[in-house]
Ligand binder design. Structure first.
Ligand code: SF4
Length: 207
């Protein structure tokens, strides 16, 4: 995936994933920021810059870990390893959440987030289903971070209950052979070609 620049919280480079991303995108300009939540330069850009803003990658540390009760496809919505997306589906609800700042943000403290998920599952009197993909598309994110290849085996070994996430992307090859023991639910939406042509723009391989 191509990006123009990386905006990063310097503390993210203390994490293994932060170091890996620094190597991976070492040829791009790296611009330090105080917080992934408040990049003044981005906030001040006009809405017309939306598409160009999505060509930046934001790297930070997730500090808010609040689980929200859900009762649709899961018991809880869990903030996980990314928010936003590089694609530009015109109907994307993330734009309602993040407005023009719906660019892809990656959070490098995945160990901490998964530890918490495992603990939450253990604490419950009955097995729970956790939605980990309500803020982004984790299959797209996985092509950059490998986070699903980290998360799925570890949750299957240590976690109780199920993980679920939706995707519109087809880069699932590296995930298909992972052991899942029925604890991982992918949800996929498949759009017909006319919809893709008229309502979607994507920087990803499949859109
Ligand atoms: S792929 Fe999903 S998350 Fe990304 S822009 Fe489209 S609807 Fe939004």
């Amino acid at each position: 995936m191509r990006f123009d620049a990386v905006y990063y919280e310097p503390g993210s480079l203390d994490y293994p994933l932060g170091k890996k991303l620094k190597e991976q995108f070492g040829s791009l300009p790296w611009i330090p920021i105080e917080s992934h939540n408040a990049i003044q330069e981005m906030r001040e850009k006009p809405n017309a810059e939306f598409g160009r803003m999505k060509r930046n990658l934001i790297i930070g540390i997730r500090k808010t870990h609040k689980y929200v009760e859900n009762h649709k496809v899961s018991d809880y919505l869990v903030p996980y390893t990314s928010s936003g997306c590089t694609a530009m589906c015109l109907y994307c609800y993330l734009v309602c959440n993040y407005n023009k700042c719906a660019y892809l943000r990656l959070f490098v403290n995945r160990e901490q987030m998964l530890d918490r998920l495992v603990r939450q599952g253990e604490k419950s009197s009955s097995p729970l289903t956790f939605e980990i993909g309500s803020n982004s598309d984790l299959v797209l994110e996985n092509t950059i971070t490998g986070n699903l290849e980290y998360t799925i085996p570890r949750f299957v070994r240590e976690g109780r209950g199920k993980l679920t996430f939706p995707t519109k992307f087809d880069m699932v090859e590296p995930l298909l052979d992972l052991e899942h023991r029925g604890k991982i639910i992918f949800r996929m939406s498949v759009n017909p070609q006319p919809l893709i042509q008229n309502f979607k723009m994507s920087d990803g391989p499949s859109g």
